[in-house]
Design a protein around this ligand. Structure first.
Ligand code: HGY
Ligand code: MN
Ligand code: MN
Length: 414
């Protein structure tokens, strides 16, 4: 079938759409996002699909079905990346389905139900801090206060939309009605080591960990590094440093949770000034919403203790929270049948990483197929996968499409 090499070549092409020639970075509503969207739409049209940008900058491709009025299957993933990213996170889940549909189109194949492929414009949330903007809009779940979010250059989301040629007042047009959608299925690299460790090319996802992102501001008192005695200081960076260690210790001690401080900066810092204000981010995930809540409560307590002892203030602002999501049993079963039809043992596994499927779960039943990646590395230029595994995943998806019934609904065994 040789879809693997085609998919890998398309992903190499897509990786050229980067804000930095030295490292892959493609943030939401940048010229590089537009460049990537054009490339995706060109590939979609080769597959006999209609292709357009929706009201929030997602690329939406439409593969017509034979049966008018049948609920559609939505496939897809995200087109944006983290900074200094790998080529496969998100992009695989866009290009692999398009390559499969082109293969079917070249053979004159159609299914009862129409199939949409969506390349979501913002899943990582690198530019505006919040995440899942594209898929939340499609699910009709976008918090409109997000439009006033500001990027590092002071550009508001609604301004960036206008510059991209979008109308912020029209974001509601991106949403689908629940009754027109049969399911959402996302193909994604595992971003973890399990499939490689067990020598498996693909796995079926059971659940997606919930996540919360906080922006924290620590306010102490700036002062002269040479004149303020140590016992009179209210050093915001020393306090923040204790807080960072507290996040690590608490999530180590709270089973089923992970905690990360990914960004930290002193505001107007200088070598000879006691830091007065420090800002940092926290990302806490939990296998269940309850576990995540336990970790967050412990973090709150730890910060209160540090603040009292050091005479500083902590201001913690949640910028994003998504509950843990369970994948649809029927879609797990159908994906598993497609994997078995390829002669591969079915391995079910949870996802610690977040995905657009979390937002799409508000619209329809969700399923995910994981693909092995080298040493589980992701969010890093060393992220890699093989053409052979892309080929296996494409074959599995084609088998899934062959058997997909748009009228099947979740039974009571959810
Ligand atoms: O943060 C995540 O888990 C995803 O890669 N956006
Ligand atoms: Mn990612
Ligand atoms: Mn991703």
């Amino acid at each position: 079938m040789d879809l693997g090499p085609v998919i890998m070549q398309w992903l190499d092409e897509l990786a050229e759409c980067s804000e930095d020639p030295a490292e892959l970075t493609r943030r939401y509503l940048t010229p590089e996002h537009a460049q990537a969207a054009e490339l995706v739409m060109r590939r979609m049209r080769e597959a006999g699909m209609g292709a357009r940008l929706d009201a929030v900058g997602n690329v939406v491709g439409h593969f017509p079905g034979r049966r008018p009025g049948a609920r559609r299957l939505i496939l897809g993933s995200h087109l944006d990346t983290v900074r200094n990213a790998g080529k496969y996170d998100g992009a695989l889940g866009v290009m692999l389905p398009v390559a499969c549909l082109r293969w079917l189109h070249e053979r004159g194949r159609r299914f009862d139900c129409p199939i949409d492929v969506i390349a979501f414009g913002d899943e990582e949330g690198v530019r505006f801090q919040a995440t899942l903007i594209g898929s939340q809009a499609v699910a009709g779940d976008l918090d409109l206060t997000m439009l006033s979010a500001v990027d590092d250059d002071g550009v508001r989301l609604e301004e960036a939309m206008r510059e991209f040629g979008l109308d912020p007042d029209a974001v509601g047009e991106a949403s689908y009605r629940p009754d027109e959608v049969a399911a959402y299925v996302e193909v994604h690299i595992e971003q973890g080591p399990v499939l490689e460790a067990e020598n498996r090319p693909v796995g079926v996802v059971t659940s997606i960990a919930g996540a919360v992102r906080l922006r924290v501001e620590v306010m102490g008192r700036a002062g002269h590094a040479g004149t303020v005695p140590m016992n009179l200081r209210r050093d915001a960076l020393a306090a923040a440093s204790e807080a960072v260690i507290a996040v690590e210790r608490i999530c180590l001690d709270t089973p089923g949770t992970v905690g990360t401080v990914g960004m930290l900066r002193t505001v107007s810092g200088a070598v000879n000034v006691i830091p007065g204000v420090v800002e940092f981010t926290i990302d806490v995930r939990g296998e269940s919403d309850g576990r995540r809540r336990v970790a967050l409560d412990r973090i709150d307590e730890a910060f209160a203790e540090i603040a009292g002892r050091r005479g500083v203030l902590f201001d913690c602002v949640p910028v994003h929270e998504t509950g843990a999501r369970r994948c649809s049993p029927r879609l797990m079963r159908r994906l598993g049948e497609a994997v078995e039809a390829e002669g591969i043992e079915v391995r079910r596994l949870p996802s610690g990483a977040g995905h657009d499927a979390m937002a799409m779960a508000r619209l329809t039943d969700i399923g995910m197929l994981f693909v092995r990646c080298k040493e589980g590395i992701s969010h890093h230029p060393a992220e890699s996968m093989t053409a052979a595994d892309a080929e296996v995943a494409a074959r599995v998806l084609l088998r899934f499409l062959e058997r997909f019934d748009p009228d099947e609904r979740e039974m009571d065994d959810r």
